[in-house]
Design a protein around this ligand. Structure first.
Ligand code: ATP
Ligand code: MG
Length: 439
């Protein structure tokens, strides 16, 4: 993509409404534009990152055996009357009436909707287990939408729902999502710590919040310092095996949110605990028959007995993750994308497009990189070098390739690593060789 043609409305000044780095940088880097409080449009650069995050989430859900569906954003009130949540859910729920005066709502979550789908077609124990998920926009009329996409009113969530015959099966489904979550966040370079949590309006008795430690997080959390050294990607997770031993191993280290933490029963004394703030990027719930029983989602066993389905639900804040990723990856110059979610792998800067040799070398490099399948954002504009460097650093592509008049004369290119700042000068061929290698 040529920057001269790209829609990238960067801002030089810090927007006054942004209180945290991620919000400020998303606005400055032209990733999003506010529509109204807590509601945003995603512009090209932001959308590319959102899609990257979504893809990793999807791959790990699929790997763990969940099946993707797509449910609507608008749901009928009747379903929520059946579960009792039409009354229980507070002002966060946006209630709507259609032209026939029928009550509807913009879904804040989908337990009722998915239970309706399953009860209509799953009748026998032989049809279980199942795990269905979707990645869909949600609306919650938050009291205080803030921090940009981190606490929006309209936000993108991945929500999965598991259906099992008995508690043992339901726990296995829970464990699969537990490890899928650890892998998902780790692939984005985030260490999200699973913490025992309260279940809130979803209900149930087993729940973990996956928390990324960050000063700007809204939750206060407590954990064993050993959590900071764990790496799930170095473990083999076999979803077909009994995951309970691995689950026990991964939950042996203490970690609890504010609501669950009790200094009296904590296994670690206060001076041995990490006390920090954190961002909730996902939550898993096991709630048994809370929805299946009142909504009549039953299956028949081999002996003819009819029993309510055991359920769990599993959410990931896909759009919140974009903010959380920036909170964890930025410096004073801007964003520093981890390779796995970067909107482009490389920023190519032509420092002097008016210089024929510079232009020819940059064009040559651009064409060859595209042919090699590298995603490049090519700054081919007539701008000062300072402005070009500032823009590239701000939008945070992991690597930069810089073509200047001096290098061009010798057919050499400078490569810069955005995170470390390390620079090297290479021949055109060597640069292409390095850049075309997938990380
Ligand atoms: P919170 O405690 O932050 O309000 P929640 O516990 O109400 O979130 P869940 O029902 O667990 O949210 O939703 C699943 C995930 O969706 C959360 O872990 C979070 O990452 C994301 N999420 C929830 N509310 C918002 C929001 N207002 N804006 C962006 N993401 C959100
Ligand atoms: Mg939650």
């Amino acid at each position: 993509m040529r920057l001269s043609q790209y829609f990238l409305p960067v801002m030089r000044e810090n927007p006054s409404e942004a209180q945290v780095a991620s919000h400020r940088l998303m606005l400055r880097a032209g990733m999003i534009r506010q529509s109204s409080a807590g509601i945003y449009s995603w512009l090209p650069l932001g959308l590319r990152v959102l899609k990257r995050v979504e893809r990793i989430v999807r791959e790990e859900q699929d790997r763990a055996g969940a099946q993707e569906i797509l449910m609507p954003t608008i749901q009928p009130a009747e379903l929520w009357r059946e579960s009792g949540r039409w009354e229980d859910y507070g002002k966060e729920m946006l209630r709507i009436r259609d032209r026939h005066d029928r009550e509807m709502l913009y879904g804040p979550t989908n337990e009722e909707q998915v239970t309706e789908i399953v009860r209509a077609s799953i009748k026998s124990y032989r049809d279980l287990p199942k795990n269905l998920y979707h990645i869909q926009w949600k609306f919650r009329d938050e009291l205080r939408p803030r921090f940009g996409v981190m606490r929006g009113r309209e936000f993108l969530m991945k929500d999965a729902y598991s259906f099992d015959l008995d508690q043992k099966g339901a726990k296995h489904s829970y464990n699969k999502m537990f490890f899928a979550y650890l892998r998902t966040f780790a692939r984005m370079g985030l260490n999200a710590i699973p913490m025992r949590a309260e279940t809130g309006p979803i209900g149930g008795d087993l729940s973990h919040e996956f928390i990324v430690l960050s000063e700007t997080g809204e939750s206060e959390v407590f954990c064993d310092p050993l959590w900071l050294e764990t790496d799930i990607l170095s473990s083999e997770v076999d979803y077909a095996s009994d995951l309970e031993p691995l689950f026990r191993q991964w939950t042996a280290l203490y970690a609890a949110t504010d609501e669950k933490h009790d200094p009296a029963t904590s296994p670690l004394p206060p001076d041995k605990l990490v006390t920090a703030r954190g961002i909730e990027v996902g939550q898993t719930f096991y709630f048994g028959t809370k929805y299946s029983r009142p909504m009549g989602a039953f299956v028949t066993l081999a002996d003819g007995e009819s029993i309510p389905i055991e359920m769990g639900s599993y959410g990931i804040g896909v759009s919140r993750l974009v903010g959380a990723l920036i909170e964890a990856n930025h410096d004073e110059d801007g964003i520093i994308w981890p390779q796995s979610v970067a909107p482009f792998a490389l920023g190519l800067i032509d420092l002097r497009p008016s210089d024929a040799r510079c232009r020819a070398l940059a064009e040559d490099l651009y064409g060859k990189l595209l042919a090699a399948g590298v995603e490049v954002l090519y700054d081919d504009r007539e701008e000062s070098p300072g402005a070009k460097f500032a823009t590239m650093d701000l939008i945070g592509l992991p690597r930069q390739a810089i073509v200047g008049p001096r290098g061009a004369a010798a057919e050499r290119v400078e490569l810069k690593d955005r995170r470390t700042g390390a620079r090297s000068e290479l021949s055109l061929e060597a640069a292409i060789g390095q850049l075309a290698l997938r990380p």
